[in-house]
Write a protein that binds this ligand. Structure first.
Ligand code: AMP
Length: 194
C-alpha cells in the first residue's frame, strides 16, 4: 500500500494537491477537515460536537478525531492506499495511526510536508474564505489561532516521521502544477526506492 501523510499548515494547499494525487496514484483521500464539515452540514452528533472547536480554530479532541478517521479507513477495505490530509495533527494521533495501520499489516510510506511562509498562508486563507464561504477562513483572528495551534501542537508531528526517515519537505510556493510535479517526483522516488 502507498500511504501518504500530506502535511503542512492551514492554507498550504494540501486539499488541492490531494485531489490531484489521488487520481494519479489511485489512492483514497481522507481529509479530517472535510469529514467534520460534512458532519456539520448533515447536523450529526459528531458535527455538533466538532463545530465549536472548528469555529474557534482549535483542534477537535484526539479521541473523537482518531475514532472517526479509523472508521473512514475501514470504509475503504479495497483501497490501494490513502492520502491523509489534515491528520495526524498531534503526536497522539500519529501514534494511534501507526498502531492502527500496523494492525492491518501496513504503515505510513512517507510524509510530504508543504513548506509555505506564514505571510503567504494568511493571504491564501483570506482569499479562500471569500470563495469557499468557510467561516474559519474568513476571520483573521481564527486564522491566526489556527496557525498558532499548528505551530504549537501540529508542527512537532514532523519529528515523529523524521526519526523514521519518512519526512520529506516540499517547496509549497509556485503554481498548482509546479507543486504537483514536486510531490509526484517525491512519490515516484519513494516508489523506486522500495
Ligand atoms: P482543515 O480543513 O484540515 O483545515 O480542518 C479544519 C478544522 O477541522 C481544524 O481547524 C480543526 O478544528 C478540525 N480538524 C481537522 N482535522 C483535525 C485533526 N486531525 N485533529 C483535530 N482537529 C481537526
Amino acid at each position: 500500500m502507498l500511504n501518504i501523510v500530506l502535511f503542512g499548515p492551514p492554507g498550504a494547499g494540501k486539499g488541492t494537491q490531494a485531489e490531484k494525487l489521488i487520481s494519479k496514484y489511485n489512492l483514497v483521500h481522507l481529509s479530517t477537515g472535510d469529514i467534520f464539515r460534512a458532519n456539520i452540514k448533515g447536523a450529526t452528533d459528531l458535527g455538533t460536537l466538532a463545530k465549536s472547536y472548528i469555529d474557534a480554530g482549535n483542534l477537535v479532541p484526539d479521541e473523537v478525531t482518531i475514532k472517526m478517521l479509523e472508521a473512514e479507513v475501514d470504509k475503504n477495505p479495497n483501497a490501494e492506499g490513502f492520502i491523509f490530509d489534515g491528520f495526524p495533527r498531534t503526536t497522539p494521533q500519529a501514534e494511534a495511526l501507526e498502531k492502527f495501520l500496523k494492525g492491518k499489516g501496513t504503515t505510513i510510506s512517507v510524509m510530504l510536508a508543504l513548506d509555505v511562509s506564514e505571510q503567504e498562508l494568511i493571504k491564501r486563507l483570506l482569499l479562500r474564505g471569500k470563495a469557499s464561504g468557510r467561516a474559519d477562513d474568513a476571520n483573521e483572528e481564527v486564522i491566526a489561532n489556527r496557525i498558532k495551534v499548528y505551530n504549537e501542537q501540529t508542527a512537532v508531528v514532523a519529528d515523529f516521521y523524521s526519526v523514521q526517515n519518512k519526512f520529506q519537505k516540499i517547496d509549497g510556493i509556485g503554481s498548482i502544477d509546479e507543486i504537483f510535479e514536486r510531490l509526484s517526483g517525491a512519490i515516484d522516488n519513494y516508489k523506486v526506492s522500495i
